[in-house]
Design a protein around this ligand. Structure first.
Ligand SMILES: [Zn+2]
Length: 234
């Protein structure tokens, strides 16, 4: 049994530093062993991490509130109504929802926050559209925002999946990327030139498809090698 030279707390071999005062543990008779069982529940550390996250989120919220209120006030005092300030204020609100809001949750579900972020971006762009006018929102900005959100959620869900193997994940992400660039160019061409035409997106999609084939071949080779090893050694 070791004791902290500074505060006298009883220490396990699993501790490199005293958990109470942070002083390094040096006991030549019982050296530090990273694999030794820790006496503290793993959830205790999660609680500390969460507390730090919540404090950081609160400080960031206060910091963001300063420019948010300043621009709105400046606009209101100068013109007597809100006009240009809605754009920077909207950007700050969007940043808050994307970066700070998820920190307040115990176990943030990433895909849910990407979905929120997509809908918030769509709402912000709709605000801009109402403010500035034009015909760019429903046929271009909204579909591109939704397409990007769907693509990022698809990739996130796929990469976070515990069931799929790494090659399968990579293949599906490459296929999603190919579909994403093709639909993106279709939307751009439809909006700018009122036609459906593919060139750069086609090159990118073909490159994705070829990479997917390479991953498929390498994946099957690795699997075959593993099977041979199992037959030979077990
Ligand atoms: Zn100590």
């Amino acid at each position: 049994m070791s004791y902290c030279v500074n505060c006298g707390v009883e220490l396990n071999e699993s501790e490199r530093r005293c958990p109470l005062c942070g002083v390094e543990v040096i006991n030549p008779a019982k050296p530090y062993s990273p694999n030794a069982e820790r006496p503290f529940p793993a959830s205790a550390e999660n609680v500390t991490h969460r507390a730090v996250r919540v404090i950081a989120a609160k400080v960031l919220s206060l910091l963001l509130a300063i420019p948010f209120i300043s621009v709105l006030l400046a606009d209101l005092v100068k013109d007597g109504r809100l006009t240009w300030s809605l754009i920077p204020a909207g950007c700050i609100a969007l940043f808050f929802m994307a970066a700070v809001f998820p920190c307040l949750f115990r176990r943030p579900r990433v895909w849910l926050f990407i979905l929120f972020g997509t809908l918030e971006t769509a709402a912000f762009l709709f605000g801009l559209y109402m403010l500035l006018g034009g015909n760019w929102y429903f046929l271009f900005a909204l579909p591109v925002t939704l397409l990007t959100g769907a693509f990022v959620i698809g990739c996130q869900l796929m990469l976070g999946s515990k069931k799929a193997s790494l090659p399968l994940k990579m293949i599906i992400v490459l296929v999603l990327a190919a579909v994403f660039v093709l639909v993106l160019q279709m939307l751009i061409e439809l909006h700018l030139k009122s036609r459906i035409h593919f060139d750069w997106s086609l090159y990118a999609a073909v490159a994705c498809a070829m990479l997917a084939v390479v991953v498929l071949i390498v994946g099957s080779l690795i699997r075959k090698r593993e099977n041979v090893r199992k037959k030979l050694f077990f």
